[in-house]
Design a protein around this ligand. Structure first.
Ligand code: XMP
Length: 438
């Protein structure tokens, strides 16, 4: 493997990802990694990837004495020079690989380093990943049992499919239907995991329970808390009914565990993940996706035979439609947002934009306004449409959906969804907006 040491560059994840695209396994580690650790990881090459400014980090100098090739980028290269004498003439046995900043060129230089200098074996593919993980899971679990909280999202779905491939019926999945999913999702999850994969699959119908708890609650943070906590209670209760479970499978992925660069992420909303389970549960954790980037997770899912609607599912907040119905959540409002969202999804797919737009959905603000329908005054809801381009959800730009498609969506929503007489399109970026409205 090739280890990329985070020395402050913004591009570290991209570099790691690019090396994997070359078929060579690569991991990103903090600058505190030691030579000893690199040795035990059997690294065949190291990249010290710094930013353009001089930085304050230090690296365990034994990293440079392992006898494996080291590539320094920007301040990473400065660090190496300083270590070997501090002058701008190159020490013996050194060479420069100059890069300019165009993407292709960087990829070629990385290829040269990885293939020719490190002579790293190109054995990384999603097929081999699955083979290796299946063996690992089998030997870790033996004849014991694993539990998985399935949300229908990409990560938990792929984890379930992978573990099922490894140990079949020793896996049980619990799927909590909290009544806050989009139209068709419950059916799709049940169909995939129960009917097609024939998993031990428990669907808990907790719709009423969630709605009861949410009655009268309008504060967004409070709504998130209630949904998050209720999920834990329901999951706890269900898992307590099962016997002899030793392991809990989780869909942790690489992005969840790497603290990249120096970016500090300010928490603007409490992203309380449904599926975020309490830490004191009495299970050993299995997290087979924790080395994978999101697109690799999708590729594994496709390789395991999951349907494309799950593999390419757009990001969806844990509290689901709970954050898309503004103000108090009621059955009627949920039905409206579900139908409007369905129409939006249909039309975006028909227009061939479904893979192009990162996330798109309908919102129901707590607003009613006057309109006319069949020559009569109406006093009904406005529906908001949101569609954004983004890379990681931290920033976003609103999607320039062609007018005629927006027109069609608006016409369909106002004529097909009861109690809606107005459709608005959100043209705010993030910042200053957020992607969701709550
Ligand atoms: P915001 O609204 O903060 O959303 O700009 C950024 C991205 O995160 C998703 N999101 C959530 N995801 N649990 C999640 O797992 C949450 O509570 C949650 N809230 C927002 C949102 O859909 C967008 O993709």
């Amino acid at each position: 493997k090739i280890v990329v040491i985070d020395f402050g560059s913004k591009h570290n994840q991209l570099i790691t990802r690019t090396i994997r695209e070359l078929g060579v396994y690569s991991e990103l580690h903090p600058h505190t990694v030691t030579g000893e650790e690199l040795k035990s990881m059997q690294a065949v090459g190291v990249i010290i990837s710094g930013g353009e400014e001089e930085n304050v980090y230090n690296i365990d100098s034994s990293v440079l004495d392992l006898g494996i090739p080291v590539l320094g980028i920007d301040s990473g290269a400065q660090f190496i020079l300083k270590h070997f004498g501090g002058s701008s003439e190159l020490p013996a046995n050194f060479s420069t690989i100059e890069t300019d900043s165009t993407g292709d060129n960087v990829k070629e230089k990385l290829r040269h380093f990885v293939e020719n200098i490190c002579e790293a074996e190109a054995s990384w593919s999603m097929k081999t990943f699955i083979e290796i993980e299946v063996e690992k899971i089998r030997s870790q679990v033996g004849d014991r049992k694993v539990l998985c909280a399935l949300s229908g999202g990409v990560d938990s779905s792929v984890v379930a499919a992978l573990i099922h491939r490894a140990i079949g019926d020793q896996l049980t999945c619990i799927f909590v239907d909290h009544g806050l999913l989009r139209k068709g999702e419950v059916e799709s999850v049940v169909d995939t995991f129960s009917n097609q994969f024939h998993m031990n699959f428990i669907k808990v119908d907790a719709r009423k329970r969630f709605l009861d708890k949410l009655t009268g609650v309008t504060d967004p943070e409070q709504k998130r808390k209630i949904i998050g906590n209720e999920f834990i209670y329901v999951f706890d209760e269900e898992s307590a009914k099962l016997e002899g479970i030793d392991f809990l499978a989780q869909g942790t992925i690489y992005a969840d565990i790497i603290e990249s660069g120096t970016a500090t992420k300010e928490v603007i909303k409490s992203h309380h993940n449904v599926g975020g389970l309490p830490e004191d549960m009495d299970f050993e954790l299995i997290e087979p996706l924790k080395a994978l980037f999101k697109d690799e997770v999708r590729a594994v899912g496709a390789e395991l035979g999951l349907p494309s609607e799950i593999v390419h599912r757009q990001p969806f907040p844990g509290p689901g439609l709970g954050v898309r119905v503004l103000g108090e959540i009621t059955e009627e409002k949920l039905a409206i947002v579900r139908e409007a969202d369905w129409i939006l999804r249909e039309e975006i797919a028909k227009a061939g934009l479904d893979r192009e737009i990162w996330q798109y959905f309908a919102i129901l603000p707590d607003i009613r306004s006057v309109g006319v329908r069949n020559e009569k005054r109406s006093y009904d809801y406005a529906v908001g449409l949101r569609a954004v381009h983004s890379v990681d959800g931290m920033t976003a730009d609103w999607a320039r959906i062609p007018w005629d498609i927006l027109e069609k969506i608006s016409n369909r929503i106002t004529s097909e969804v009861e109690h809606v007489n107005r459709v608005v399109y959100d043209i705010t970026g993030k910042p200053p907006g957020t992607i969701e409205w709550e």
